[in-house]
Design a protein. Structure first.
Length: 222
């Protein structure tokens, strides 16, 4: 989606038009939204589904790997501290090896799976959940505004949306940043970006750990 009056894309996070050229890095152009502070790849450089799938299959996300579990615990621990016993949740963008879902199930919660490539079951999107997790997936969203609207709609009143993605902080190091160099990473969020997303959807937002945001829908919000 581009601004019809200029050859500049609209922000895919907030749909705002206050977008400026940010940097050329490698063979990709990046833009910065001055409203929500998201940084994003020009849509012309988005990978196609086949390239995305091939890249994802190179990841080693083993649910039995203690190191990977420690990584996911950065989100799981603060989320579990806020959940009622036997809550129901959805691991959105779970990938081929849903390790986080396994950890949450071990803690006594029911967890459904959704991933557009590896677990494309649309029926799980017709329910409402006590929590929705989205770990290392939001940076892959080609249309994040639509995705966050869907994630909010999946929450029952009082439900939690738990996001983990590497927050972008230092502009001077962006070109060399390992997170940018993954060709499937197309949008990068600051803490302020995630707080702006939460506010847009009427959610509260807290950042209990580095690179983790917990958003909550109000009890009276339907």
């Amino acid at each position: 989606m581009r601004n019809p009056s200029r050859d500049i894309p609209l922000c895919p996070v907030c749909a705002g038009g206050a977008v400026r050229a940010f940097i050329m890095a490698g063979d990709r152009r990046y833009w910065r939204c001055e409203t929500c502070l998201a940084t994003f790849v020009d849509p012309l450089h988005h990978p196609d589904p086949a390239a995305e799938r091939a890249c994802y299959l190179t990841h080693r996300n083993d649910a039995a790997d203690p190191g990977y579990r420690r990584f996911l615990a950065r989100l799981a621990d603060p989320l579990l501290a806020r959940l009622a016993p036997r809550s129901s949740g959805l691991d959105y963008g779970c990938g081929p090896g849903p390790a986080l879902a396994a950890m949450l199930r071990e803690a006594g919660h029911a967890v459904a799976l959704y991933d557009p490539i590896f677990h494309p079951d649309p029926t799980v999107l017709d329910r409402r959940y006590d929590f929705v997790t989205c770990t290392e997936a939001a940076e892959h969203f080609h249309r994040p505004a639509d995705e966050f609207a869907r994630l909010t709609a999946l929450l029952a009143p009082g439900g939690w949306l738990a996001i983990m993605t590497c927050f972008q902080t230092d502009d001077a190091r962006f070109a060399a940043w390992h997170y940018r160099r993954d060709p499937t990473h197309v949008v990068f969020y600051r803490e302020a970006t995630l707080r702006a997303i939460a506010a847009r959807h009427g959610l509260s937002c807290e950042v209990p750990r580095k690179d983790v945001a917990l958003m909550r829908k109000g009890d009276s919000v339907r």
